[in-house]
Design a binder for this molecule. Structure first.
Ligand SMILES: *[C@@H]1O[C@H](CO)[C@@H](O)[C@H](O)[C@H]1NC(C)=O
Ligand SMILES: *[C@@H]1O[C@H](CO)[C@@H](O)[C@H](O)[C@H]1NC(C)=O
Ligand SMILES: *[C@@H]1O[C@H](CO)[C@@H](O)[C@H](O)[C@H]1NC(C)=O
Length: 550
């Protein structure tokens, strides 16, 4: 093994001319050449292996199918360069199409290819429609400083990742199935990069976090990780489930001139459509769905409850799965930022505010989607919710800050606290709120708090202009996260004066506790308690369980 390693290194040294030549690693599929980088954190050396395939390119007949393991390759795979993102729109107006269908690869970063270090697998967010695993988006330098092996993976997005006809011709969840295959790859291969296969943490943000949540509820993933991190997303968030997938699939077909009511025919024909045309048709349908429908119905293209069959990713209602303990029992670290919706609405609220008139006109739309299908109850619940958050006057006349707060609570705070509440009956859940409002946030506006995605700028090394306070927030964040990855406990000893206490099966009747992460750390209790109690009453009075989202 050692001799092999040296031999290949010498061979490749003469074959490939690359400035920052890295080591060669051998896995069952073949040899992989990495590159050497210097951490922008402590200046230490680490190795990057970019664009390693974990599946066959999902093209032609493999489009809208679960991923297949790739074939081994001959010779040395050049993993020194970034490969394509999955197909998505790009540009300010979303008019250009970036990426390619041949995108099922992952990246491994490590400080020691012969080490035995804990591993973090990162699933990026972007509403199941955009994003990628590339270094320029998720630079793991600060994790390298702490000797963690970092894996970031690609999964199919938009129609390519989530088109579903709601039947066995195209059951959907292709992107989640990609993630599962990538996790198997990590378990099987990470030792070759100096990772400990017994110490894998899966982690994600936003749609990536909701993905982690779904992975935990998938029995086939049991044993592939020992702990999980969920940042600003859960399967109980309204936006993490698509309910209109079949209509959307046929609408995309119609947009492309495929007029049929036969889902088999639809899928056969959609497999032949050029990927750019397909993406454009999806966009048209997506934006119409959002404009005509409303944001309280979930997203038009994302995870779906599949019909029962072998290979289904999930077939049951998520809230019911969590409530009844049907998930893989590993410790969880999860939470959110202090004002999530600020990032989506902060800059545009004046333009978007008039749209809220539709909720004054149709007040039932304010009731949580899954609460009940009974329209009388929806009106009663919607009326109480309107009163609780906005008083008697029309919503559009209320301060923008109220609307942003409501959207934060509706889309993040309540479903995430409910996730903590249900999961902590069975496993330890370390719950946090990130409230540090530093200089790196990208969506700055007049509104208080920290918006969606802002913690990413402290977690990863994508921004250079951190001031001293930002750097200190970054250190706090990274120490907590990397302790959890190393020891399954974010504060094995007291840190910055705080010990992070989990919500645990042992202290069920107590208050919900969370760590407030800011310039200082403090344990606090019962976030948004007044709103929480209000919604408990709404669910008691009007709820018709079981629920998917909450
Ligand atoms: C890499 O890990 C191995 C095994 O733990 C250890 O012996 C070696 O010293 C490490 N190398 C470096 C550069 O830290
Ligand atoms: C809907 O809820 C109302 C109020 O609780 C109830 O009177 C009515 O019977 C329900 N309707 C249906 C169809 O269940
Ligand atoms: C974070 O700290 C700042 C400065 O002390 C404070 O203004 C802010 O309210 C805190 N955020 C949270 C969510 O507690």
């Amino acid at each position: 093994m050692c001799l092999h390693y040296k031999l290949y290194f010498i061979v490749v040294f003469f074959v490939v001319y690359s400035e920052a030549q890295g080591p060669i690693v051998t896995i069952d599929d073949g040899q992989i050449l990495g590159s050497t980088q210097k951490s922008v954190g402590n200046g230490g050396t680490f190795y990057a292996f970019k664009g390693i395939p974990y599946a066959k390119p999902p093209v032609r007949n493999l489009r809208f199918q679960a991923p297949y393991k790739n074939d081994p390759w001959q010779g040395v795979l050049d993993a020194t360069k970034e490969k394509d993102k999955c197909v998505q729109t790009a540009g300010i107006l979303g008019l250009t199409i970036a990426g390619s269908e041949d995108c099922l690869h992952l990246n491994v970063y490590t400080t020691n290819v012969t080490g035995n270090n804990p591993v973090m697998v990162w699933i990026f967010g972007g509403g199941f429609s955009i994003g990628g695993s590339e270094y320029s988006s998720y630079a793991p330098d600060f994790l390298m400083d702490r000797n963690i092996v970092f894996v970031s993976l690609n999964y199919r997005l938009g129609a390519f990742g989530f088109l579903s006809t709601g039947d066995l011709n195209c059951p959907g969840n292709w992107g989640l199935k990609d993630q599962l295959l990538a996790l198997k790859w990590v378990k099987d291969n990470i030792e070759a990069f100096g990772g400990d296969p017994e110490k894998i943490t899966i982690a994600g943000q936003s749609a990536g976090s909701a993905s982690v949540s779904y992975i935990l509820q998938n029995p086939q993933s049991k044993g592939l990780y020992r702990s999980a991190i969920m940042q600003s997303g859960s399967s109980l968030c309204l936006w993490s489930l698509t309910r209109t997938a079949r209509e959307i699939a046929f609408a995309i077909g119609a947009r492309l001139g495929i007029f049929t009511t036969d889902s088999g025919e639809l899928i056969r024909k959609l497999r032949k459509v050029d990927y750019q045309r397909l993406k454009r048709a999806e966009n048209d349908v997506y934006y119409v769905a959002i404009a005509v429908d409303n944001i309280f119905n979930g997203i038009p293209m994302g995870p779906v409850v599949e019909p029962e069959h072998e290979g289904a990713f999930f077939t049951q209602k998520s809230h019911e799965m969590l409530r009844t303990g049907q998930f893989n029992k590993v410790p969880v670290l999860m939470g959110l930022n202090s004002n999530e919706a600020k990032s989506f609405l902060g800059l545009f609220i004046d333009v978007l505010k008039p749209l809220f008139t539709r909720y004054d006109i149709n007040i039932a739309r304010l009731a949580p989607y899954d609460l009940t299908r009974n329209s009388t109850k929806r009106i009663l619940a919607g009326t109480e919710i309107k009163h609780h958050y906005f008083g008697e006057d029309p919503i559009v006349t209320r301060p923008s800050a109220n609307i942003i707060k409501f959207i934060s609570h509706e889309q993040f705070n309540r479903p995430i606290r409910e996730t903590v509440h249900q999961m902590s009956k069975y496993v330890d859940v370390y719950y946090y709120e990130f409230g540090y409002r530093g200089s790196l946030g990208e969506f700055e506006s007049d509104f208080a708090g920290v918006g969606h995605y802002e913690e990413i700028f402290y977690q990863f090394a994508n921004k250079a202009n951190a001031n001293d306070e930002d750097k200190s927030a970054r250190t706090i964040f990274l120490e907590l996260w990397s302790n959890f990855i190393k020891y399954v406990n974010p504060t094995p000893k007291s840190f910055e004066g705080a010990t992070w206490i989990p919500n645990s099966p042992k202290n069920q009747n107590k208050d919900v506790v969370y760590l407030s992460i800011n310039t200082t750390l403090a344990m606090r209790q019962n976030p948004d308690q007044e709103d929480w109690e209000f919604y408990q009453k709404i669910y008691d009075k009007y709820g018709d369980p079981p629920f998917s989202t909450y």
